[in-house]
Design a protein around this ligand. Structure first.
Ligand SMILES: [Fe+2]
Length: 301
């Protein structure tokens, strides 16, 4: 497609009428949708998409470039690489969806799931090590799980996962290794603790179309250092979140807009030889942090 001349930013009244009539016609075409919700979603999508085209006076070349971009996102997506989630993340749509769905004031705040969660992670006992050979400085993480009444939640399933010191998740190595991920259950007092590695910053996969987009606008692909949590218990709203490392240089420019002040924690570095909470022998320095989790009531969402 060749570049067409820029359309006039000032459409005539007749043109405006034609554009508005088309929006009404498309919205009405969904009247027979199988549910009111589907009709609402498609109607709003149509109004907003057409609003975007009309506001920007989108050129045909730009439309074609957008289709080509989305096609490349599809081409690079497979079972292990999800470019559309990355796109949603860097546009802030993932965080906006989380904001809309996690508004319970007294509960721990949620943040993005990210693309590296794996369903079947190894079980570790309380005080166990989820690092499983991942490179990085040992880190002791402890806390409690409570509900919004302050009652301890026993038996909460706590999934944790993180990148290693080199900035990679186990699944990115492609050699079948399982490391820096696991799950454990809170005890009868809602307590939990585990060893992991001190989180370090890493780039989101930026060798595809989303990386090109970031480069075109001068944005960094780096994510602020974090440790992922997914915490679930019967009758309570499942929490997907991270804790972030206080002092990380990327806290104010996380590439997916995931940082929330309430989720920043001090990871206190301990000198070599310092006694560990569980008596484990650790070579060199290690760190420790605390994350007390509050789960919201289940609202059937
Ligand atoms: Fe992550």
């Amino acid at each position: 497609m060749t570049d067409s001349p820029s359309p006039s930013p000032f459409p005539s009244p007749a043109q405006v009428a034609r554009e508005e009539a088309l929006v009404r016609e498309v919205v009405a075409s969904f009247d027979g949708a199988s549910s009111e919700r589907l009709k609402e979603l498609l109607g709003a999508l149509t109004r907003h998409l057409h609003g975007f085209v009309r506001e920007t006076r989108l050129t045909e070349a730009e439309w074609a470039a957008a289709i080509a971009f989305l096609t490349r996102c599809g081409d690079i997506t497979d079972a292990k690489r999800q470019e559309f989630i990355l796109l949603s993340d860097v546009l802030g749509v993932s965080m906006q969806t989380i904001a809309v769905n996690n508004s319970y004031a007294d509960a721990t705040e949620a943040t993005v799931m990210g693309p590296f969660f794996v369903d079947e992670s190894p079980h570790v006992p309380i005080g166990g090590d989820v690092a499983q050979g991942a490179s990085g400085q040992p880190c002791w993480v402890e806390g409690t799980v409570r509900d919004t009444d302050g009652k301890p939640v026993a038996g909460a399933r706590i999934e944790v996962w993180e990148a290693d010191e080199d900035g990679f998740y186990d699944v990115q190595y492609g050699d079948g290794r399982v490391s820096a991920r696991g799950h454990l259950f809170s005890d009868s007092a809602g307590r939990y603790a585990f060893w992991a590695v001190t989180p370090t910053p890493y780039p989101i996969p930026d060798d595809g179309p989303v990386g090109e987009l970031l480069q075109a606008v001068g944005r960094s692909p780096m994510r602020a250092s974090h440790l992922h949590f997914k915490v679930s218990a019967p009758g309570l709203h499942t929490l997907v979140t991270h804790i972030f490392v206080r002092g990380c240089e990327y806290l104010d420019r996380d590439s997916v807009f995931g940082v929330k002040e309430s989720l920043i924690r001090s990871f206190e570095e301990q000198p070599a030889g310092a006694a560990t909470p569980d008596g484990r022998a650790v070579e060199g320095k290690w760190s420790r942090t605390r994350f007390d989790i509050v789960l919201a009531p289940d609202r059937g969402m």
